[in-house]
Ligand binder design. Structure first.
Ligand code: NAP
Length: 319
């Protein structure tokens, strides 16, 4: 049997694509992905608390609740859901062949890739050791910040974007102080977020600073800093390090079969279209969007990808 449409990924893009495709009678099959240390089904909103900028929720909505609602809406139209990952693809002939982590092979006439992006790390000598042992290094303040180990401690956050500010503000609920470590002397974060951080007396900054290592045996005791301007080294004692330096698109499983940009995002050559370099393969959400990276824009491109797939199927006589 050949599926009309397989959707890989279960964030806002994947579920929106499923809702549109299911309502267009494409009977989509979604591979929602297995939970791992780096990502869970539902994607990055699963690591967020309050989402204030998703339209339709005037008082805001919890990220986990929003994704649960997306999933339920896709199920309402009989979307089929497989909890496995797609581990490899063969786009060299048609129908496409997809292999999953539960050892099944699926043939598909069209594919929508909506696998999102994953948090970046600094790649310091002792970073992963303390991250993987629960020793006080984390890439998700929203997931870990409320743990007892971080209460009333000085916490460091690295990064200068909206994520770093958002996570710092969140951590001030628990920490005695939050110190933002940024490699430049101006933030990348939006003005409204910068204003909120400036108004918070618990937030301080270390400008022009890079972290050269994390200190501590079983748990973090501090970080080693290098001032980029003066070249001075120093130690900052802290009880936690939260890394908020952006994300990498989840495209490794494509093994070069779809054109990617220099950062690994899927290229969609035609403006305002979700078609990729492979006929019949479409991309939606953060995996193809290095610019907007919002839940609502991911949902928007998810919708577009389902319409593009439907038109491609009709045009090529598969619908
Ligand atoms: P981002 O905007 O790409 O910012 C990444 C930050 O990390 C930058 O300040 C960057 O420094 C720094 N950085 C990158 N690599 C580094 C390294 N190796 N060492 C030290 N610092 C490093 O990523 P983001 O903050 O995750 O935001 C992503 C997107 O989501 C943005 O569009 C943002 O607006 C959006 N977002 C919005 C909200 C909100 O509105 N509530 C919340 C979170 C995210 P440089 O500045 O020097 O490049």
């Amino acid at each position: 049997m050949t599926e009309k449409l397989v959707i890989i990924g279960s964030g806002p893009a994947g579920w929106t694509a499923a809702i549109y495709a299911a309502r267009a009678n494409l009977n989509p099959l979604v591979f929602e992905g297995e939970p791992s240390a780096a990502m869970v089904p539902g994607g990055q909103l699963m690591y967020t608390t309050e989402v204030e900028n998703y339209p339709g929720f005037p008082p805001g909505v919890q990220g986990t609740e929003l994704m649960s609602l997306f999933r339920k809406q896709a199920e309402r139209f009989h979307t089929r859901i497989n909890p496995a990952d797609i581990t490899s693809v063969d786009f060299s002939s048609h129908p496409f062949l997809l292999k999953s982590s539960d050892d099944t092979e699926v043939k598909a006439s069209t594919v929508i890739i909506a696998t999102g992006a994953t948090a970046n790390w600094l790649n310091l000598p002792n970073e992963q050791r303390l991250a993987q042992s629960g020793g006080g290094v984390s890439a998700c303040a929203i997931c870990d910040g409320a743990l007892p180990a971080y209460r009333d401690k000085v916490l460091a956050v690295v990064g200068g974007g909206d994520s770093a500010i958002e996570e710092s503000l969140y951590l001030t609920k628990f920490a005695s102080k939050v110190i933002i470590i940024h490699r430049r002397d101006t933030l990348r974060a939006s003005p409204i977020m910068q204003d909120r951080a400036k108004a918070n007396p618990k937030i301080e900054y270390k400008w022009n600073s890079i972290i050269t290592d994390v200190l501590g045996d079983k748990s973090i005791t501090g970080i080693q800093l290098l001032d980029k301007k003066t070249k001075e080294e120093s130690t900052l004692n802290c009880g936690g390090l939260f890394v908020a330096i952006g994300h990498t698109p989840n495209t490794a499983f494509l093994n070069g079969q779809v054109k990617l940009d220099d950062k690994g995002f899927i290229v969609t050559p035609k403006p305002w279209r979700t078609a990729t370099s492979v006929e019949g393969v479409f991309a939606a959400g953060d995996v193809m969007d290095p610019y907007y990276k919002q839940a609502v824009s991911a949902a928007g491109t998810g919708c577009m990808s389902a319409l593009d797939a439907e038109r491609w199927l009709t045009h090529n006589g598969f619908a």
